[in-house]
Write a protein that binds this ligand. Structure first.
Ligand code: ADP
Length: 404
């Protein structure tokens, strides 16, 4: 009966609130410890990468715990959206990547695809992260153990954007599908697994609330025993949002530190650089993150003539007019990305443009990105957050090679 249901829901919420409080302190301590180890370990080493992965996941856990605490707010309509325009492809890919190591360790085939290289869309990045994160977590939870496959796809169609998350797992029975988005609902398929990974029945309810706040819809399709696909449909534009929900200055989707925390560069490390005719070398920095752009400018301007560009197209323009000796370029940028810009530079009808060293900076160092950078004609590749020492070393070597 209804009264009993409400009382039960309230006591469950109270329970989550209490548990969340209890979990926060040890998690915070854990994160601080991991951070300390990250700083002590060799920059760029595989140990440091692993520790960082550990730290990221611990931070995420803390966020989830905080989210449980926030749950009442959504419940009572207290969540206030702050939508800005982001590239959903880059955004979704970033979240996708946080599961990559896990997928690998479980031998799950894990793929990311998109209909376009970038899809601008208005949304609240903090809330949308929870949507994608929850759907992916579920997919990994229910995917089959042998030959498992999980995928994330971003599609753009007219005014709408679709996010699809699928897995070839247990699936959901037709009778459960209408209820899985209800709070605390757990389908039969969950029962057998309760021991290994007890759920809360909160994830999908949260997903649905957030998607609805974004004037979108979420639905599930499934064939029992074969798998499930969750489809989120969102309007791409900002027309449906209230004025006080729109934030024209976007908050960075996820806080990626722009420079490696432990990479304080001694300006003395930078080779004093003069060409044979005693003029200075010119470095072109192409980066859409203003903070990183200015940090790099500051780093190099003592030894080089530095020029700046804020997207690939601007970078290409600067190459046309100023003939830089070396280019350091971001990959994910609005208007024209780093790969496209590098290809265009290489195809300019000018001898220097064919050989000028181009260093790519990308959000991750996966082989695929390295290959794409090579294919686009880029010479070197360094991962973000940028390790300043490493960048300086790479640049010094490239310039010394030229001086010989
Ligand atoms: P839980 O914490 O139990 O996972 P959710 O709200 O995220 O809570 O999901 C509700 C229920 O929907 C789950 O208990 C599970 O039965 C079902 N479900 C969600 N995602 C999947 C999936 N990818 N495959 C099969 N069942 C799923």
């Amino acid at each position: 009966d209804l009264v009993h249901d409400v009382a039960l829901q309230n006591s469950k919420l109270q329970f989550f609130t209490n548990i969340s409080h209890e979990l926060r302190t040890p998690l915070t301590l854990l994160i601080a410890k991991i951070d300390a180890y990250v700083n002590e370990s060799q920059p760029g080493s595989s140990l440091q990468r692993k520790l960082k992965g550990l730290g990221e996941n611990a931070s995420h856990l803390l966020e989830l715990v905080n989210e449980l605490l926030d749950f009442r707010k959504i419940d009572q309509g207290f969540i206030h959206l702050k939508v800005s325009e982001y590239d959903m492809v880059a955004f979704a890919r970033k979240i996708f990547e946080s599961f990559e190591e896990y997928a690998e360790s479980k031998h799950i085939k894990y793929t990311f695809t998109s209909s376009h290289p970038s899809i601008p869309c208005w949304f609240d990045s903090k809330q949308m992260e929870k949507v994608i994160y929850n759907l992916l977590s579920n997919a990994f939870k229910y995917v089959r153990k042998e030959n498992g496959e999980v995928g994330l796809q971003v599609l753009s169609e007219n005014e709408h954007l679709y996010l699809k998350v699928w897995d070839n797992g247990t699936g959901i029975s037709q009778k459960d599908i209408p209820h899985i988005f209800d709070r605390f609902y757990q389908a039969e398929n969950d029962i057998s697994r309760v021991a290994s990974s007890p759920g809360t029945g909160i994830g999908l309810a949260l997903v649905k609330d957030i998607v609805q706040l974004h004037h979108g819809e979420v639905k599930a399709e499934s064939s029992e025993g074969y798998g499930s696909v969750f489809i989120v449909e969102l309007p791409k534009g900002k027309d449906l949002y209230k004025e006080d929900e729109i934030q024209n200055q976007p908050t960075p989707p996820m806080e990626i530190p722009v420079l490696h925390p432990s990479s304080t560069v001694d300006p003395e490390d930078i080779v004093p650089l003069e060409k044979s005719d005693h003029s200075r070398y010119t470095i072109l920095l192409v980066e859409d993150n203003e903070e990183l752009l200015l940090t790099l400018q500051e780093l190099f301007q003592k030894s080089y003539h530095v020029i700046l560009a804020r997207d690939g197209k601007e970078g290409l323009g600067k190459v046309r007019e100023m003939k830089p000796d070396l280019i350091v370029s971001d990959i994910m940028m609005p208007v024209m990305n780093g790969y496209e810009a590098a290809k265009m530079i290489r195809s300019l009808d000018r001898e220097d443009a064919k050989v000028i060293p181009i260093i790519a900076m990308t959000a991750n160092a996966f082989t695929e990105d390295k290959m794409r950078a090579k294919e686009a004609g880029m010479d070197e590749h360094i991962a973000k957050p940028v390790d300043g020492k490493l960048l300086v070393k790479v640049i010094n070597e490239l310039v010394k090679r030229d001086q010989r």
